[in-house]
Design a protein around this ligand. Structure first.
Ligand code: PGA
Length: 257
C-alpha cells in the first residue's frame, strides 16, 4: 500500500537559528509518525545538510527547491543535481509556479531538470498547475496535461517509481490564493492520473505519487487527503512552523487509522 506523503517547501524563508529551532521542535514529533506516512522537508539550499542530519534518522526525505539541468560547468549561480545529492537531498522540487512565473522556468527546462534529477538518483517532485486565466477559459485540464506530458517526456517506465507530481493550481497558492475545493483538487489529480495512464499504462501510472498543494491548512487537510486520487499533501505556509506541521501530521495520521 502507498504511503501518504506530507511535507513542506519553506520557499525563501527562515534564518539559521529558526531552522535549528524548527529541527529541535519537530524531531520528537517525527519519531512518532506512523509508518503509513512519508514526511518530507524542502528547505532553502544553505540549510539542507543541517535539516537532513536532524531528520534522516526518522525516515524524513529532505529536498532542494531547484537544480540546474547540467551536471557541471559554466552556469554561474546554479546548483547541480549531484551537488544537491552531496548535501543530503533525496528530492528535487521542479517547476513550481513561482519559478515558472518569476525565473523563466519552461516546460522544456522542467523536462531537462527531471532527467538530470533521475540520472543522479534523486526523486523529481514536479509541480504543475493551471493559472486563474486558464481556469476561467475552461482549459485547466489541457494546461496541466500539457505540463505533465512535457515534464515526463522521454522517461523510461523504469524511472517512474521515483517521480512525484504535485497539482498546485496557481490560483490556489500563497496569501492571495483561493484554496481548491476537495472536488477541484481531486479533479485535477484524476486528470493527471489519466494522462499518466495514457503515457505509461495503468500499472506504471499508479506507482507515481500524486500530491495536492496550494493553501493546504489544518482545516482542509482531512477532506483533501480523503480524495481517492490524492496520495499526499504539499504544504507551504501552514507547515512552516513545527506546531503547524505537527498538527497536519496528526490530522493525516488520524485519517490513516
Ligand atoms: P501555500 O504554498 O500552502 O502557502 O499556499 C503552497 C506551495 O506553493 O507549494
Amino acid at each position: 500500500m502507498k504511503k501518504i506523503w506530507i511535507g513542506s517547501s519553506w520557499k525563501m524563508n527562515k534564518t539559521s537559528s529558526e531552522v535549528t529551532t524548527f529541527c529541535d521542535a519537530i524531531t520528537p514529533i517525527l519519531e512518532q509518525v506512523p509508518g503509513t506516512i512519508q514526511t518530507f522537508l524542502i528547505p532553502p539550499f544553505p540549510y539542507v545538510r543541517e535539516v537532513a542530519e536532524a531528520v534522516d534518522r526518522y525516515g524524513t526525505c529532505v529536498g532542494v527547491q531547484n537544480i540546474c539541468w547540467a551536471a557541471q560547468g559554466a552556469f554561474t549561480g546554479e546548483i547541480s543535481a549531484g551537488m544537491a545529492k552531496d548535501i543530503g537531498a533525496l528530492i528535487v522540487e521542479i517547476g513550481h509556479s513561482e519559478r515558472r512565473q518569476m525565473f523563466n522556468e519552461t516546460d522544456e527546462t522542467v523536462n531537462r531538470k527531471v532527467r538530470a534529477a533521475l540520472g543522479t538518483g534523486l526523486k523529481p517532485l514536479v509541480c504543475v498547475g493551471d493559472t486563474a486565466e486558464e481556469k476561467r477559459w475552461g482549459v485547466s485540464a489541457e494546461a496541466i496535461v500539457r505540463q505533465v506530458k512535457i515534464a515526463l517526456f522521454g522517461l523510461s517506465k523504469d524511472e517512474l517509481h521515483n517521480v512525484i507530481i504535485a497539482y498546485e493550481p496557481v490560483w490556489a497558492i500563497g496569501e492571495q490564493g483561493v484554496p481548491a475545493s476537495p472536488y477541484e483538487a481531486e479533479n485535477g489529480l484524476y486528470t493527471i492520473r489519466q494522462a499518466l495512464i495514457d503515457m505509461f499504462g495503468e500499472d506504471k501510472a499508479q506507482q507515481i505519487i500524486l500530491l495536492y498543494g496550494g493553501s493546504v491548512h489544518q482545516d482542509n487537510a482531512a477532506e483533501l487527503i480523503a480524495q481517492p486520487s490524492i496520495d499526499g499533501l504539499f504544504v507551504g505556509r501552514a507547515a512552516w512552523d513545527a506546531e503547524g506541521y505537527a498538527e497536519l501530521l496528526s490530522i493525516v495520521g488520524c485519517y490513516c487509522e
